[in-house]
Design a binder for this molecule. Structure first.
Ligand SMILES: CC(=O)SCCNC(=O)CCNC(=O)[C@H](O)C(C)(C)COP(=O)(O)OP(=O)(O)OC[C@H]1O[C@@H](n2cnc3c(N)ncnc32)[C@H](O)[C@@H]1OP(=O)(O)O
Ligand SMILES: CC(C)C(=O)C(=O)O
Length: 562
């Protein structure tokens, strides 16, 4: 065992590009997108897609809006070949979509590739060979001249085969494989040799694709490499400069974005970052990052869950719950302070406002998600989240001090249960705690008469705890009269410190909710009442508060005790 085993690795050398421009660049439009889900994504699967899955994926990619789709490696297997035939013969390729196919720079594979494409309308033939020093030495056993010859001779073969099939609109793409691990001057030499053969023009460009086949460096170094190629390649104005980042260091998205800032016109990748090892760059991630900058990505993710279901079905790999933009948990806040900020921001938000929501970088509704999962309650949550769920799910607008009181009730339940509580759980706890619909704290047949000076006399049958009895009192309104009646009966002053009410529902189903904060002696409690009449709801709220304060009513001879 080496004492310093890390020393067997070579650090990546910075690129000498002191006048680099990409750090100041601002992305203002969508790149050209190429989905390689059916090629690089597929070749990375434990079980490559069967034809039905491939077709479903292709149709999903078309629906999203991809105009360039790499559909396979037709010389690799009969399934790959047959799928491409199915696309062409079955008329599955819209006129404005180009299919792309990959081949190694080997003559018999290129010939087989062209056989698969017979009759297609628009095709990008994508050829690659390794150019990196380790591949030159170990795999291809060729020196630099040999690699240049390998690339340019097969570029010539492709050009000739295409020329012999004028019924198809052919475009060509070349990838110096492992560009990310290759000397820049050599990558340029090989690419220039290929474009010298293809002779692209401004009107008929070829595609030069720079892969980070393995992500070796920080994304700024990849960006430097792309900018260097962008500035040094011959025939640059006749080239669509493409990048193909992988995600070995977990910075594929950053590498893709910085490469676009550095001069790339096009990005190759997969939905949700499927692909070899840690994946190809996640095109959904880059597209929606642009979207949140106010840029139309030209890809439609307005039903992102449909896209996810398709990808999970086709790849048989689940999308992680924390995956950017699509994971089950990415719009959910459990933490109390986050929930509080979200709740306040939703209340403050007006139609037409810019999206400026704490902890929510994108409006979930833009991706077909509801706000249901935005706030979920567990032991990390506070009053804001609890109040948000009761309001959005049950229309209950708890006043602030009641929120504080009720969150302590919830916290005790949470500490016992130790798991997430749903909105329905919270509502059940709320009803139980405040005795909603509970006959053991209720008012029966309240009778009110007006007396002199606009005052009210009230008498009612009351159930409170185990006590059932009659109360009577006067006041400047029904609530005041009821409070006086109860104070008299309890032998203690009951004071209303705070009062809120609102309605829930509408039309014949509308009900009133009253929230009262009561003080009896030195005890302060909230009570809640819900009823078709606001007066009865308020009386219920008073009894709810008294019941929670656990007051015992002094018994008199004639009263019955339950
Ligand atoms: C980075 C990427 O994703 S590149 C795309 C990789 N994708 C795939 O490989 C999936 C499809 N591949 C296949 O089905 C097969 O590998 C085939 C059909 C292409 C080739 O199959 P085989 O001829 O049996 O070769 P094998 O799979 O062992 O590949 C290694 C051979 O390819 C050669 N090779 C590898 N890359 C290239 C290249 N770009 N150009 C020319 N030759 C190459 C190697 O030198 C080696 O040749 P050798 O057998 O003479 O030593
Ligand atoms: C063929 C090339 C583009 C590739 O897939 C890679 O280098 O990752």
């Amino acid at each position: 065992m080496l004492k310093q085993p890390q020393l067997k690795y070579r650090p990546f050398a910075p690129i000498a590009l002191p006048d680099r421009t990409w750090p100041d660049a601002v992305l203002t439009r969508a790149p050209i997108w190429l989905s390689t889900d059916l090629r690089d994504g597929n070749q990375a699967l434990i079980e490559p897609m069967d034809i039905a899955r491939k077709l479903r994926m292709f149709q999903q990619l078309v629906k999203i809006g991809f105009k360039e789709i790499e559909v396979g490696f037709p010389s690799a297997s009969q399934t790959e070949f047959d799928f491409i035939r199915l696309l062409i013969d079955g008329g599955h390729i819209p006129d404005d979509v180009s299919i792309q196919v990959l081949t190694q720079a080997r003559s018999h594979l290129i010939e087989r590739t062209f056989e698969a494409l017979d009759g297609a309308k628009r095709v990008i033939v994508h050829v690659y060979n390794a150019v990196a020093p380790v591949m030159r030495r170990v795999v291809l056993a060729q020196d630099e001249d040999g690699i240049v010859e390998l690339a340019s001779s097969h570029a010539r073969q492709i050009k000739d085969l295409a020329a012999a099939r004028p019924g198809t609109d052919w475009r060509f793409e070349y990838s110096p494989e492992m560009f990310s691990g290759t000397e820049l001057a050599f990558s340029k030499r090989v690419v220039d040799a290929v474009t010298a053969v293809w002779e692209p023009t401004r009107e008929r460009k070829c595609i030069i694709n720079l892969p980070a086949t393995v992500e070796h460096s920080t994304p700024n170094i990849f960006a430097d490499m792309v900018e260097w190629m962008h500035r040094h390649l011959e025939r640059r104005d006749s080239i669509v400069l493409s990048v193909h980042p992988h995600n070995d260091r977990g910075t594929g998205t950053a590498a893709g974005e910085l490469a676009l800032m550095a001069g790339a016109d096009r990005v190759e990748g997969c939905l949700f970052g499927n692909g070899e090892r840690t994946g190809n760059v996640d095109l959904v991630n880059i597209a929606l990052n642009l979207y949140t900058q106010g840029i139309d990505p030209q890809l439609d993710f307005s039903d992102i869950d449909e896209v996810r279901r398709c990808v999970e079905h086709c790849t048989q790999i689940p999308v992680h719950p924390r995956h950017p933009y699509v994971g089950d948990l990415v719009y959910t806040s459990f933490s109390g302070s986050h929930q509080d900020a979200i709740k306040k921001a939703f209340s403050a938000r007006k139609a037409g406002d810019l999206w400026d929501m704490p902890y929510l970088p994108i409006d979930p509704k833009d991706l077909g998600r509801s706000y249901d999962a935005v706030i979920r309650v567990n032991s990390q949550s506070g009053k804001g989240g609890i109040a948000y769920l009761l309001e959005t799910e049950y229309g209950l607008e708890l006043p602030r001090r009641l929120q504080i009181e009720f969150s302590q009730v919830v916290q005790r339940v949470m500490d016992d249960a130790g798991k997430e509580l749903t909105a329905a759980d919270l509502h059940a706890i709320f009803e139980r705690e405040y005795g909603i619909g509970n006959a053991s704290a209720s008012v029966v047949q309240p009778q009110m008469t007006e007396i002199a000076g606009g005052a009210v006399r009230l008498s009612a049958e009351v159930v409170l705890g185990g006590w059932v009895g009659h109360v009577q009192g006067e006041g400047n309104g029904p609530i005041d009269a009821f409070v006086h009646a109860l104070s008299t009966r309890l032998g203690q002053e009951v004071r209303v410190l705070d009062y809120h009410e609102h309605s829930i529902g509408s039309g014949a189903d509308a009900r009133a909710v009253a929230y009262l904060e009561l003080r009896v002696g030195d005890v302060t409690r909230h009570g809640v009442g819900i009823d078709g009449s606001i007066v009865r709801a308020s009386m219920q709220a008073i009894l709810s508060g008294l019941s929670r304060a656990q007051l015992t009513v002094p018994q008199s001879q004639e009263e019955n005790v339950r």
